[in-house]
Design a protein. Structure first.
Length: 116
């Protein structure tokens, strides 16, 4: 090979190497995107309600106190007190589902607000 051809090959080789280095360095700037920030939207009223809520002991609470539970009105509060008196209290929060009118959905709404 002549000196001229080997010089041209060397220039091509160096140029290709520089081009590859430039691609490697520039790749993150052009092709890798930062993930979008995740925005969590919460209902401010329900969040404030949960923060201010006090746990209610279902074995000692009055009918009025029981009505503060989500999904519990005067009729269910009265049934809860009647069940508690007839059965010597609640052994667990899950036992609330034995009260007529309190099913899985109603219990799910209130379970984080009650203690035994």
């Amino acid at each position: 090979m002549s000196k001229e051809k080997s010089g041209t090959h060397l220039r091509i080789l160096i140029g290709t190497a520089l081009l590859l280095c430039a691609v490697v360095v520039a790749y993150p700037f052009f092709f890798v995107r930062e993930p979008s920030p995740v925005v969590v939207v919460t209902d401010a009223a329900s969040q404030a309600e949960q923060e201010e809520s006090v746990l209610i002991n279902i074995n000692t609470a009055s009918e009025e106190e029981l009505q503060e539970l989500p999904g519990i009105g005067p009729v269910l509060a009265k049934r809860m007190v009647e069940y508690r008196e007839a059965n010597g209290g609640f052994a667990s929060a899950e036992e609330l589902q034995n009260v007529s009118g309190i099913g899985e959905k109603t219990f799910a709404k209130m379970k984080s607000f009650v203690v035994v």
